[in-house]
Design a protein around this ligand. Sequence first.
Ligand SMILES: [Zn+2]
Ligand SMILES: [Zn+2]
Ligand SMILES: [Zn+2]
Length: 510
Amino acid sequence: MGRAIRFRGVKATPKTLEKDLLAKAGRLASDPSLLIPKCEQQCRRCGYDKLLKKMEKVAQYKDDAETLQNLATRGDQLVRAYAATISLAASGKIPFLTSKKIPWGDVSFAVRGKVEAEYLIGVQYFDDPDLRLLAHFQDAKDNDLHIYSSPESLYCSSDGPNVPASYSKEMLATSPYDLKADNSCGHPEAVIGLMVHWRSAKINLFICQECADEVNLLHHLLSRIAAREPWDDFDIDVRYSPRCVADCGACRMKEKFAMSQGLKEAYEKGQLSDVMLLSRYIQEREAHLRRSGGELYISGDECFGRNKEAFLARLKGSEAELIALSGVIRNKPMPIISVNDQAGRIITDLWPQLKEELLAMVADPDIVKSVLANPGNLTPPQLVIEARRQQLSRSVISRLPDYAIKGPIGTIADDLARTFKTEGKAAMVRQLDRNRPRETRLKAVAYGFLVAVGEADSRNWQYTKEEIDFGKYLGEFAQTMLAAEGNDYDQALINLLAASGANEDLKRKL
Ligand SMILES: [Zn+2]
Ligand SMILES: [Zn+2]
Ligand SMILES: [Zn+2]
């Protein structure tokens, strides 16, 4: 909790809030023990007994607002906050409130005496399981206490962490995961997952990789503990134990592996979600294997040892992704740990180190260069697919004749055939839908291409009977063009022009 207090202005007190605060101040005036944590055992180190005695003395002035406000200017902060708060009840009104931004949102409270805001808020909201901790963070730090706040009470342990059952029960019940009776997500056998051992509660939690979410489970569990290091009661670890489906020998996944201290601390301090912890752990583990050399292939819950072909056969993805990835993997022995069988995901993991190699498997160097120079918003797998598309269209086009002269029918037929060959049927149909010719003979040719790819019937309404009949006749000429390359393509185009009755020039580039 930062010391810096930023007041967000002073406001007139809403009536209900005033009534509420006065009622709470009245309760505190007659019972200061409401502020005191229950000590789990006989506490040697906590000073709550002494503080309670001081508060009981303060309570003797519970009808004397002036004296109380005076008492709120010296001594222990908690006692000051107590005096300040019960002085509200003594004066019977709270015309103005101050508000302060804290991690739970804006909170309004009354300022009296000379008291740190955290203490005033913690005391004035002593019935709120989150806010009341504000009055105890400092003492917990100074005296190395563990203070637990559960809805019904506050507990203190001065002898290291010692969680009361009501606290752990509440925290498990309000966990961001729907925990089953065994305190797991319901998949206690899962190969990958987060393990949390809560020592003093004697509880083991397990959240599998599939169920893990963008939350920090540990942070939830300790969110109502005030202590120097509230995570000091928890052991955090990751289970990663794939089944060996190939002959691994002494499988390296059976070795002990501890996550780095930095990773652990980042998680403990709430800087990482459960999902991020798991993926960083896997990265660390993979990096560790990579440093020590050798091969190891893991996909999801299966370990293929060094059997890269079995591993590759398991991967799923587009043709381009599979070509790129298997090419790189066959060229370069390396450990690969993937939490699933998606080639795209592995490509994404390998991208920072191996993007040139991956792209080189599917495209010429100049295409690789231009794709890397202008990646746009494409993800690594999309870039691989794009590079392959460019490569394919280049090689298709290189097998087609170029024309120096062609007329309108030659142009539409050649354009449609090229689009079909480089980008597929859907792209060709789109091109026609966007740019439908008007002249009857051209329309008949267009219809012929639709017939050739089996997309004509749904568009009949766009054509006259004459165009449809003519187009059906041209369909097989179009089909021959779509299948042809080189000189055959040239001949197919000449035949189509003749069949359409076109009287136009066609001349190949030399
Ligand atoms: Zn105690
Ligand atoms: Zn699960
Ligand atoms: Zn293995």
